[in-house]
Write a protein that binds this ligand. Structure first.
Ligand code: GDP
Length: 467
């Protein structure tokens, strides 16, 4: 969709258009990532820095001083919760800064930018308005895409095959083995199974597994307790009318049509640009199995951006495509900049397959490492005669300042992508565990946004061509 397509001249905007001399265009930027990847902090810092513009030197339009104003406006979608920018910013920049509450559902924010055109055009035309609609949604919801072309029996068989190898699933497997799917449906039993399955998903997620679908079981929002979220896989067997297994299958279908499909239809299908945030350092710290799992989850997430492969999705998208996708490894401020090239190499390796696929479908992709809100400063410390690249920050629990060396990163990312060659937890086994930093109190000069690492480069890639 080029500029022409984005130009809004809807009838209801006519009065606006008549009173304002500007052409208006809209761009929808999706922000996703698995839980705790850093979506909320990213959006808050992005908006704050676009409004202040002091620290965004890598954004060409800002460097050239062409953005005249940036202001928040009522969003276009009346039924989507608004991203609570002011509250999140207050958490991060107040007198005792703390991290904001994380994403648990979809939300939206409209930032409007008044932009002077480039070079020659500035002499012949006035400023224009770009409405940047930022859509925040959990990456877990994208993983649900894989459910759309499965029926309950396939899905159950897949999940039940995976579980015996995982100790987190023991209690659920026990309950499932005792349940008789062919017996008459019994609501307390169904609820017990769904609860045990949800407990397993939570434990699996904590242990570093990412294939934790159905995604809404972990982030139910206002669907908590509804029948569409009260099902679980069962061992294969018959499912006569009125049976537990038959009811489970019915609810699985309801989940697909009432929960998964509407998300793709109403939100996902309208995204123009996408950033996928990845907490690769935590996965690395958790060990090779978690890294391998993350790599697979990235591949699965990316199938959503390659609709050709998925019949149901291409039906929903009807030819609409995401134009650019950025994969960003977050929380780069946990590492001294000396280690950033390795961090970036890792996110590149982790998403290579996914990016190749996206390129195949026409989207432009890139990978980088960033910190949406820098909570540390760098320092070198000598240790047994050699210099260790450390970062210093304020500890979340004690409020004390301390410097840490998080540990080594793989020199060659393929080392971690072949789990068999490594012992568990071979990377980031230094102080990484203890590095829970609080945001720093900010001493901002007028026009400064919150400090960050490469947030401006990410912005340039995602929207620079439209500024
Ligand atoms: P979400 O679940 O994707 O919305 O994740 P959040 O944005 O809430 O971030 C989860 C947590 O990651 C935060 O509470 C912080 O502890 C940490 N975090 C996120 N971004 C940064 C960052 O740029 N630097 C640091 N040091 N920590 C971050």
């Amino acid at each position: 969709g080029g500029l022409a397509e984005g130009v809004i001249r809807r009838a209801e905007d006519l009065s606006d258009t008549l009173t304002s001399p500007f052409t208006e265009a809209r761009l929808r930027l999706g922000v996703t990532g698995l839980a705790r990847a850093g979506k909320t902090v990213f959006i808050t810092s992005l908006v704050a820095n676009l409004m202040d513009r002091g620290r965004m030197g890598q954004v060409e339009a800002i460097r050239e001083g062409r953005i005249e104003t940036a202001f928040l406006q009522p969003q276009p979608d009346d039924t989507v919760p608004r991203f609570d920018f002011e509250r999140h910013l207050a958490a991060l920049t107040g007198p005792t800064p703390h991290w904001p509450e994380s994403t648990s559902s979809v939300s939206e924010l409209r930032l409007s930018l008044k932009i002077r055109p480039k070079g020659f055009w500035a002499t012949v035309s006035g400023p224009r308005i770009l409405h940047l609609d930022i859509i925040d949604y959990p990456g877990e919801w994208l993983l649900d895409l894989a459910l759309l072309d499965k029926d309950y029996a396939d899905w159950s068989a897949d999940v039940m095959a995976r579980l015996p190898a995982r100790s987190e699933a023991a209690a659920f497997l026990d309950a499932a083995a005792r349940a008789d799917g062919a017996a008459a449906h019994d609501e307390p039993l169904a609820q017990g199974l769904a609860a045990a399955f949800t407990d397993y998903l939570r434990a699996a997620r904590k242990a570093g597994y990412y294939d934790c679908t159905p995604g809404r079981f972990l982030l139910p929002g206002d669907l908590a307790g509804s029948p569409a979220l009260t099902f679980a896989p069962l061992p294969a067997g018959s499912s006569p009318r009125g049976s537990l297994a038959r009811e489970m299958a019915r609810r699985f279908e309801a989940y697909k049509t009432r929960v998964v499909r509407p998300f793709f239809q109403e939100h996902f299908s309208r995204i123009d640009r996408q950033i996928v945030l990845v907490d690769s350092l935590s996965a690395l710290h958790a060990g090779p199995a978690a890294v391998e799992d993350l790599r697979r989850a990235m591949g699965d997430i990316l199938t959503a951006f390659r609709p050709g492969r998925n019949g149901v999705l291409s039906q929903i998208l009807r030819g609409k495509r995401v134009e650019k996708i950025l994969f960003a490894a977050t929380k780069a401020d946990h590492l001294h900049h000396q280690q950033h090239p390795q961090m970036t190499a890792l996110i590149e390796a982790l998403t290579r397959e996914a990016r190749d696929r996206a390129q195949f479908s026409g989207a432009e992709t890139a990978a980088l490492s960033l910190a949406a809100l820098r909570a540390t400063t760098e320092e070198m410390r000598s240790h047994h005669g050699s210099d260790l690249p450390c970062v210093r920050g304020t500890l979340l629990d004690t409020g004390k300042a301390a410097a840490f060396y998080p540990g080594a990163l793989p020199r060659d990312p393929s080392e971690v992508l072949v789990p068999a060659r490594n012992g568990e937890g071979a990377w980031l086994d230094g102080d990484y565990q203890s590095m829970a930093f609080a945001p720093q109190p900010l001493t901002l000069r007028p026009g400064d946004g919150p400090p960050h690492i490469r947030l401006d480069r990410a912005t340039e890639f995602l929207i620079g061509d439209r500024l």
